[in-house]
Design a protein around this ligand. Structure first.
Ligand SMILES: C[S@@+](CC[C@H](N)C(=O)[O-])C[C@H]1O[C@@H](n2cnc3c(N)ncnc32)[C@H](O)[C@@H]1O
Length: 283
């Protein structure tokens, strides 16, 4: 039986300093990776990917908004199981999809082969990509940009800038602080015979913490199993339109258009997300 002391338990469940790391690379934990893939494919929720109907709407909207034409090249960062890559390829685009999860890339490759679709899938960390002048558009969808800390987002934007052709587009969706209007810091225990974090019996203490006046959220999961305890931390930065405009401008982009999401819904001050079409500035 796990002999963890109450004192250690209390310490592990405390609010950490902002961006203090937890377990690393849980995308490639074999069990968690399978659970993530299941969540991507689950059409009853938008938890890991938007439902396929919305994915198609996003692809249709972006192709028309960006005037993408057959033969144009695009890069999908954090492509997961390849929902966007496949649909962009069907529009005649040359598509590269990169993702850090080997499990998701394997699924995406098999799915493309079954459908006789050609996508260049790579299992790679997008913080280390190295493309120059290759793409008409680069995408990062499902608010994945929000999980990057300050130095990571600068690094990522530098790579995106370099990867784009002159006047190329950078397309992303992000959350706004409005998402947290109805939430307070909280702490919840749950017990599982088997679950998302482990195939074995385990307890989970989930803490919701906020930083910087709710502009950053931390979902912290303390997972207690028979012989080990692990802490997973997922930080998420929300942006106002002013903040994201400034950040993108500092890194060489201007916002060509913004919406409430990437299907083109109209943005207003109550919107919980922003869909952004940014364009590379000529230096
Ligand atoms: C929430 S999912 C969204 C997947 C996809 N964009 C979609 O909407 O279906 C985030 C994806 O980003 C990938 N990911 C997270 N960090 C990454 C990194 N540093 N480099 C490449 N992929 C990453 C994960 O493996 C996961 O597939």
């Amino acid at each position: 039986m796990n002999q963890i002391s109450i004192k250690k338990l209390i310490d592990l469940s405390k609010k950490p300093a902002l961006y203090e790391a937890g377990e690393s690379l849980f995308w490639n934990d074999p069990h968690v990776a399978q659970q993530m893939l299941k969540a991507h494919l689950d059409q009853s929720s938008d938890l890991a990917s938007y439902r396929l109907e919305k994915v198609q709407e996003i692809v249709d909207f972006c192709c028309s908004e960006l005037c993408l034409v057959e033969g144009d090249t695009i890069l999908d960062c954090g492509c997961g199981p390849g929902f966007y890559c496949e649909r962009f390829n069907r529009k005649g685009l040359k598509v590269t999809g990169i993702d850090i999860s080997e499990n998701s890339i394997n699924y995406a490759q098999k799915s493309a082969a079954n459908k006789k679709i050609t996508v260049n899938y790579l299992c790679q960390n997008y913080l280390y990509m190295n493309y120059t002048n290759e793409f008409n558009a680069v995408f990062i969808i499902w608010q994945d940009f929000c999980v990057l800390n300050y130095s990571e987002r600068i690094k990522f934007l530098t790579h995106v800038y370099k990867a784009l052709k002159p006047n190329g587009y950078f397309v992303l969706d992000i959350s706004t602080p409005r998402v947290e209007d109805n939430y307070n810091e909280s702490s919840t225990w749950s017990a599982h015979e088997s679950g998302f974090w482990s195939p074995s019996p385990h307890l989970v203490l989930e803490n919701l913490f906020f930083y910087q006046d709710k502009s950053i959220r931390l979902n912290q999961y303390l997972v207690l199993e028979e012989h080990r305890e692990r802490v997973f931390r997922i930080y998420h930065q929300h942006y106002t339109l002013v903040e994201i405009t400034q950040l993108l401008s500092d890194q060489g982009f201007f916002i060509k258009a913004h919406y409430a999401d990437l299907t083109g819904k109209v943005f207003n001050n109550d919107s919980q997300t922003i869909g952004i079409i940014a364009q590379k500035k000529n230096k």
